[in-house]
Design a protein around this ligand. Structure first.
Ligand SMILES: [Ca+2]
Ligand SMILES: [Ca+2]
Ligand SMILES: [Ca+2]
Length: 128
């Protein structure tokens, strides 16, 4: 469980505990029905991957990742944004080749989706 949440740090760092689903809907609901389907989620993930892959070689190198991370996240009281970014990168880079492949990226996204989809209906609904 702990490992999982660390892997999600890239997005989760700005999520207040308890309304993660609402955050996901805000970010990933494309047709405005307040539900995020797995297709919507993976489509958004693919777009995000492309944006981060600045040189278009289908992998996110550490420099690409950290640059993007620095633009979108804040330092915590104990770590700078780049330290947090390093840590998240290492978690995402499962085979430790200093690159995040599209597969590694999608796997981590899918884990996140599965974890948030508590009733296993392949949809993320608003928390009430
Ligand atoms: Ca939707
Ligand atoms: Ca790249
Ligand atoms: Ca890798």
């Amino acid at each position: 469980m702990h490992k999982f949440f660390l892997a999600l740090g890239f997005f989760a760092s700005s999520v207040a505990i308890g309304n993660e689903n609402n955050y996901m809907i805000e970010k990933f609901d494309r047709n405005g029905d307040k539900v995020v389907t797995q297709d919507e989620f993976l489509e958004a993930a693919a777009e995000r991957f492309k944006k981060m892959d600045v040189d278009g070689d289908n992998s996110i190198e550490k420099t690409e990742f950290l640059q993007r991370y620095a633009e979108h996240s804040h330092s915590t009281t104990t770590e700078s944004a780049s330290e947090v970014g390093q840590r998240v990168f290492d978690k995402l880079d499962e085979n430790h080749d200093a690159k995040i492949s599209e597969l590694e990226y999608n796997q981590s996204r899918l884990k996140w989706f599965t974890e948030a989809d508590k009733n296993n209906d392949q949809k993320i609904e608003l928390e009430k």
